[in-house]
Write a new protein. Structure first.
Length: 275
């Protein structure tokens, strides 16, 4: 094993497979890239890679994810599922729900409870807190001959961050900024893995969102709001209604028609502000 890598998993992790194979690196380029490599080398389903800092963190659509050391959680969960490739995008939604639940539990156990600590999902891949981004999720897949070889789900969570770079300080926040409480990062990672294992197994019952759709829509910050759908075939404004069983966002256009929006094809932006 690389001398930079520790395989000691966090104490108190209560899962059967998620994170049971665990790798920690103090600094790496990308936990997603590391996780892909470990899976290719024979790592098990559920392997989790965590880093203290990333030098090449990735966001959706090729954007860079700022990953300085010290106060955030950078982690990737690696999977070897047996469902078809077209199901893979729904795992971003599954992960978002798991992170929301883990964050809520963390804040509750810290003794903080108010409207300001209501975690919400901005479809398809962000968690927002107080209207600002607290977590981003990036799912990447390797597939061939109609089957999935591996999926990695990268999660970047602003946990104890005190401040942010000028270019994102108006749209980003952290658990610490909202609650004023220092969060133990390893404990938080354990909660994310525990919630992920639970919701992944619920999803896997039917390989769609039907078993968890109600919980997901409750957390969806877009519901009932105007959104701007950035479609390569033409942008348009619509009202978000929820999701369907395939995880697509249902939007009502200005002419009254309801259409599904697929996460892999478009971006959705709020009309006012970040969400």
């Amino acid at each position: 094993m690389d001398d930079r890598v520790s395989a000691e998993k966090p104490e108190g992790l209560n899962t059967r497979w998620a994170g049971q194979e665990y790798r920690y690196l103090e600094v790496t380029e990308s936990t997603n890239d590391d996780c892909i490599r470990f899976l290719q080398e024979g790592a098990s389903h559920g392997i989790t890679v965590v880093a203290g800092a990333q030098t090449g963190g990735k966001g959706r659509r090729g954007r860079r994810w700022d990953s300085p050391p010290g106060d955030a959680v950078y982690m990737t969960i690696g999977l070897k599922p047996d469902f078809s490739p077209e199901k893979a995008s729904m795992l971003t939604l599954v992960t978002a729900l798991a992170v929301c639940k883990a964050a809520e539990e963390t804040v509750r156990l810290a003794g903080v409870k108010s409207e300001e600590t209501m975690f919400r999902i901005k479809w398809p891949n962000d968690i927002v807190l107080g209207g600002r981004k607290v977590c981003g999720i990036l799912t990447e897949m390797r597939a061939g001959a109609g089957r999935i070889e591996q999926i990695v789900i990268g999660i970047g969570i602003n946990v104890n961050c005190r401040s942010f770079p000028e270019e994102i300080k108006e749209t980003a926040t952290s658990l610490w900024q909202v609650t004023g409480v220092e969060i133990a990062r390893e404990e938080f990672i354990c909660r994310v893995l525990e919630q992920f294992e639970y919701y992944y197994e619920k999803f896997a019952e039917k390989c769609d969102m039907s078993t968890i759709m109600g919980e997901y829509v409750e957390k969806l910050v877009n519901v009932g709001k105007e959104v701007r759908v950035l479609n390569p075939q033409g942008e348009y404004t619509a009202v978000a209604l929820g999701i369907n069983e395939q995880g697509e966002l249902l939007v009502k256009k200005e002419d009254g028609t309801i259409t599904p929006v697929y996460a892999g094809e478009v971006s959705v932006r709020g009309i006012y502000g970040y969400v």
